[in-house]
Write a protein that binds this ligand. Structure first.
Ligand code: 4AZ
Length: 393
């Protein structure tokens, strides 16, 4: 799929094109009906949040209903980084101890304190306490991501106004739009391994990253706003036959200036999967017609629900081809999907008010075909790898 200009296409298939598949379709869906597990299991034991009112870190131990502030004793900033990452933020921006007396009489249910012994996992580090001996609790600020500026009204469907997907970038290889990508920090972009692997990889200087635009040609021509690439890494487990681990990172030579139209997306939280049926969004400059090799000039967007792996791996969909590092999104009837030219671009889901990069456009059988939804790299499986690469390079 990456030999022609591999991009993702956000495609709306005309309903008439569905008719030949109509009969078989109905039959298939009856025996392919997979019952969904309504109760998505949640393995987490400790929950974190940062209070919007006063920036205090609050922890819930087990599934008890109370959120408790954290004593300053034993705290250090690397714990702050770990907590921010658990919450899907790239890093810590600021941490400090604040006097309990300054935050008012809000907290009467007790506190969480760091245990004295050094524990290997973050989850086992916390214990309940009646009070904090220093009288101070932790306030945290994590790197901001996944928000967009207040936008003018959205006109029509399908075309994305400037600033709606501010993390979306267009990756140009040899002066052609080749793939999409998502900004995660001022210097790092996530894309698909199939966009950059083999012959393209050594050609770092042939890549350019365009951010903060929806209309490719005019933005590009008006001012050459492209960012040069310094480094490309892709998952060492990437398999171009099975499309497993289809993820790559690009480091820009100079950092992006964030603005209303250029902003980073958040990553998923650790150990939390969005259930099948969650409404998410894709965006890209990929093909918009199933049988038309045409890369549109303006950014397109579409809403797609997640499909559980169990259902996507059933015999009527991908029959076992979906690995633990992939996820599916789209409709069993087809019609709306990513396509060539959209590859590497974002599948984002909104959660607690921020947008998270849940998937990277990867592959699929055709585009917008019934029972062949789009397949995405599951970003949550690569959080450790992403942080390692960003620390290393
Ligand atoms: C591609 O060729 C491609 N319908 C990307 C996404 C999908 C299919 C093909 C999903 O890059």
């Amino acid at each position: 799929m990456d030999y022609v200009s591999a991009g993702v296409r956000l495609l709306t298939r005309p309903s008439s094109s569905q008719s030949p598949a109509g009969l078989g379709d109905t039959k298939e869906t009856t025996f392919c009906n997979v019952t969904e597990d309504a109760s998505a299991s949640d393995p987490r034991k400790v929950f974190y949040r940062i209070s919007l009112d006063n920036s205090l870190l609050e922890i819930q131990l087990g599934k008890t209903a109370t959120w408790l502030p954290v004593c300053y004793e034993g705290w250090n900033s690397s714990l702050g980084t770990l907590v921010c990452r658990q919450l899907g933020y790239l890093r810590l921006t600021k941490d400090k101890g604040v006097n309990l007396t300054d935050v008012g009489p809000l907290y009467t249910d007790g506190f969480v304190q760091i245990t004295a012994e050094h524990k290997s996992s973050l989850e086992s580090l916390w214990q309940f306490r009646g009070s904090c001996s220093t009288g101070k609790v932790i306030a945290l600020k994590c790197f901001e991501c996944g928000t967009r500026a207040k936008l003018p009204r959205i006109i029509g469907g399908g075309e994305a106004p400037l600033g709606r997907w501010p993390w979306q970038v267009s990756l140009y290889y040899s002066n052609r739009h080749t793939c999409g990508g998502s900004i995660i920090t001022s210097q790092w972009v996530v894309t698909a391994a199939h966009c950059v692997h083999n012959y393209r990889l050594p050609q770092v200087s042939s890549w350019m990253v365009y951010a903060g635009m929806v209309t490719r040609t005019t933005s590009k021509m008006a001012q050459d706003t492209g960012y040069a690439v310094e480094k490309i890494v892709y998952s060492r487990n990437y398999n171009h036959r099975s499309h497993d681990s289809d993820i790559a990172l690009m480091k820009l030579r100079t950092p992006l200036n964030f603005s209303d139209i250029i902003r980073p997306v958040c990553l998923p939280k650790y150990n939390f999967d969005f259930p099948g049926g969650t409404q998410c969004w894709i965006s890209g400059w990929g093909y918009t017609q199933p049988d038309n090799v045409y890369i549109p000039d303006t950014l397109k967007e579409a809403a797609v629900p997640l499909i559980s792996t169990k259902r996507c791996n059933s015999s009527c969909m991908y029959d076992g081809e979906i690995t633990a590092r992939m996820l599916c999104a789209g409709y069993s009837e087809g019609k709306v999907d990513a396509c060539q030219g959209d590859s590497g671009g974002p599948l984002v889901c909104q959660d607690e008010g921020v947008w998270r990069l849940v998937g990277v456009v990867s592959w699929g059988t055709g585009c917008a075909e019934p029972n062949h939804p789009g397949v995405y790299t599951k970003v949550a499986e690569f959080l450790g790898w992403i942080y390692d690469m960003m620390e290393k390079y």
